[in-house]
Design a protein around this ligand. Sequence first.
Ligand code: PCA
Length: 196
Amino acid sequence: MKILVTAFGPFDGRSQNASSLALARLKQSQPRINTRILPVDSVSGPARLLRALNQVRPDALVMLGEAAGSTAIRLETTAWNQLDFSIPDASGRQPRGVPIDPNGPDFLPATLPLESMHAELTLAGHDAILSHDAGRYLCNQVMYQSLACLSKQESSCVAGFIHLPLASDYATARAADALEIGLKCILQLIAGKRFR
Ligand code: PCA
């Protein structure tokens, strides 16, 4: 069973990204997961992720990012076919109101077991919500492009995006604990699929 977990590097003037911090911590307890840190760049970020997908060929892809202003862990249900950057990316690009793929569907649904992840996280005392809006920046873009790529390949890999609060709002150790719980739900889903 292969799991790929990605996080983003720092952006928007902050020196750290909560997603990279939580992923580094998760890797200590789950050394077998494959990890990649993506640049907040609308060309090289998705390219690095799609390359990793082809290299690793995972059974599950969990993408992480941080969402300033949210105090809850946001389990993203939907990737929207739109780029509408409120700030430029690392290379200064700032597309406004343009589709990611002019020929693609308006949205693509995550394929992770979000309902059970939400239930387990809540049970463990985490502040988690199902979110239908991943923004229109890099996180939504990589979510859309990876779901589109997996669907084109008719891959059985399940995939989705989790937005973490800033590290100052949700301690890294807590966030990593939440990710462990999420991974358990994903592993259960994959194991169940194999039995069917
Ligand atoms: N959050 C941004 C991009 C990188 C990150 O961690 C977003 O929500 O799109």
